[in-house]
Design a protein around this ligand. Structure first.
Ligand code: GLU
Length: 265
């Protein structure tokens, strides 16, 4: 009888502890993701080689990062537990904060303004803002755009740079990279200021354009999460993953796969 009572006590103690764990974590995003066995990730579909579509398949550097995240959090070896939602630089923060996505992995740089409204993990890649111009262009620096037209993607960090370094340039913004690239093709802008990592994709696919050598910023790409305590454990877990990917050489391998020559020229 004594044995039975002890066993019952142990059983109820276990139930109590389990209950505490669930209620402690009920608002925690990491637990929620594990519970629903699915992650909703905001990603780009127009930013080769980071997030783009080829032969109906979404692929790129950020897609590989997303798959590593899903593997780490859910043991998902194929990426089938990820739901991708396409975001633009203009939409991504509201998509995150409205709960439409659990996290953003979309060439998004850490900056102080954004840090007030989202949480960032440690960076997984460093890009730099650069100018892309037609090969024969006389534009050779950002300052030389002062009397000219510059194309940018709305919602990116580039607008601030150009306002600062070429205050008299006429800035023409569009929501997507392809729209801004079309402006350049049609000579409606003289140059595009954007991250070298994404311009690289356009130069790979289009003859007659070049990326100028200067880099005007350092863009630390990071995974963005909703701000606050609900993201604390998720952020810790993702930082451990990024650390591991750095130490193990996995991040370098992803870089070599998607942008082998970016910082070599
Ligand atoms: N990395 C830059 C940013 O976060 C621009 C790249 C982009 O997301 O299009 O604003």
């Amino acid at each position: 009888m004594k044995k039975v009572i002890i066993l019952l006590c142990v059983f109820f103690l276990f139930l109590g502890l389990a209950g505490c764990t669930v209620s402690k974590n009920s608002k925690d995003l990491l637990s929620k993701i594990k519970l629903k066995n699915k992650i909703v990730i905001g990603i780009k579909n127009d930013s080769k080689p980071f997030g783009y579509i080829e032969n109906d398949e979404l692929k790129g550097f950020d897609v590989d990062i997303a798959k590593s995240v899903s593997r780490r959090l859910l043991g998902d070896t194929t990426g089938e537990l990820i739901e991708f939602i396409y975001v633009t630089p203009e939409s991504r923060i509201s998509d995150l904060n409205s709960g439409k996505v659990d996290m953003i992995i979309a060439t998004m740089s850490i900056n102080s303004t954004r840090s007030h409204i989202v949480d960032f993990t440690n960076p997984y890649f460093i890009a730099g803002q650069a100018l892309m111009v037609p090969s024969g262009s006389k534009v050779n620096s950002i300052e030389s755009l002062n009397t000219k037209k510059a194309g940018i993607i709305l919602g990116t960090t580039c607008e601030k740079t150009i306002r600062h370094l070429a205050p008299n340039a006429t800035i023409i913004g569009r929501k997507t990279y392809s729209e801004v690239f079309n402006l350049l093709k049609e000579n409606k802008v003289d140059a595009i200021l954007a991250d070298d990592s994404i311009l690289y994709g356009f130069v790979m696919d289009n003859r007659g354009y070049k990326i100028l050598p200067a880099r005007y910023t350092k863009e630390y790409y990071s995974i963005a999460l909703r701000k606050g305590d609900e993201s604390k454990e998720l952020k810790e877990e993702l930082n451990k993953l990024i650390d591991f990917m750095q130490q193990s050489g996995r991040l370098n391998r992803i870089k070599e796969k998607w942008i082998p020559n970016l910082h070599k020229s």
